[in-house]
Design a binder for this molecule. Sequence first.
Ligand code: CA
Length: 220
Amino acid sequence: MRLLLIEDDDLLRTTLAADLERAGFAVDVAADGETGEFLGATEHYDAVVLDLGLPRLPGIDVLQRWRAAGVTSPVIVLTARDQWHERVEGLKAGADDYLGKPFHFEELLARIQVLLRRGPSHAMPLRCGGVELDERKQCAIVDGTRTEILTALEFRLLRCFMLRRGEVLSRSWLASHVYGLDADPDSNVIEVYVNRLRNKLGRDLIRTRRGQGYVFDGAS
Ligand code: CA
């Protein structure tokens, strides 16, 4: 397993790299954001440990550039202690986990192992079938060019479809996931919203399976 460690503190970087190598990983290191960003974008790493406070390019920018470029390596960010907003920014920018400084090496190791078991990052933007879902703006980008604003229900419905692409989803399953369990939704309304999504995204993306429900076809 190959790791990338981006940390500008010389002592911490050297110590962590040695500990990670002893734990059985191949470790590449970078001491600034620019070098780290280049390595992460051009080499394949099974996981990345990324400090957020970095010279030349902040860790948040490194992460955003990777995610925009489709880099799927899972990333754990190192944040200053008690800086909750750094943790939120890191997760929003596409981090899979975070760890506040100072930390015990054993905790970092355990978190890296969890990420490695999960495989490629789950923090990537949802993108399939020529549609990308922008969670922050609650809109869909179609074929990389056209932006479709979604209502709250359309957004929730599309997210359900994209997270479970290729699966047959019944109207009642969709209704309970779009409205929440407390509501008593009329599952016929789902048909109305499916048709609205078809009008916005294209007719063929969501297929009807008679008597079963719908399938979001994200293969193309
Ligand atoms: Ca730092």
